[in-house]
Design a protein around this ligand. Structure first.
Ligand code: HEC
Length: 123
């Protein structure tokens, strides 16, 4: 009968261990959720492109070639392959339009990427 009083302690210990294990799983879960939140915030608003010139090329092919020609060497609009403008001037034209060119729906980061791309191909 000497072992008997130990039983309640053993049960308490087991419950304690189970509690610790389950709490740490809850903790892991919460941390995973927090990470997901952070990632979500990043994808919501792009603040910069990893490769602005490649992204600028993609955006130009999507938004500019209809008027400026398939290789941007001119069409309804003038050639964009030999621009003598600052990035700010190009961004301004993209976002506000110029003459008969309507404003393009590109945000600051996208317009900047297109400007960088155009300047990278300008001779
Ligand atoms: C709907 C047709 C159209 C689209 C789409 C368009 N453009 Fe234009 N763009 C024009 C026209 C027309 C002009 C000449 C405007 C003028 O009268 O000065 C022009 C002029 C420009 C100029 C000034 C060129 C110079 O030498 O003065 C730049 C820079 C330019 N566009 C960039 C872009 C970029 C970048 C895009 C894509 C994001 C784009 N355009 C999309 C029609 C367009």
């Amino acid at each position: 009968m000497k072992g008997r009083p130990l039983l309640p302690f053993a049960i308490t210990a087991i419950i304690g261990i189970l509690l610790m294990v389950s709490l740490s799983f809850v903790g892991l879960d919460q941390r995973a959720e927090m990470n997901a939140d952070e990632d979500g915030a990043e994808t919501e608003e792009v603040t910069e492109f990893e490769d602005p010139i490649a992204e600028g090329q993609r955006l130009a092919e999507q938004s500019c070639i209809a008027c400026h020609g398939g290789d941007l060497s001119g069409g309804a609009g003038p050639a964009l392959t030999s621009l003598d403008k600052s990035p700010e001037e190009i961004i301004n034209i993209i976002q506000n339009g110029q003459g008969t060119m309507p404003p393009m729906p590109l945000n600051d980061v996208e317009a900047d990427a297109v400007a960088q791309y155009l300047l990278s191909i300008s001779e």
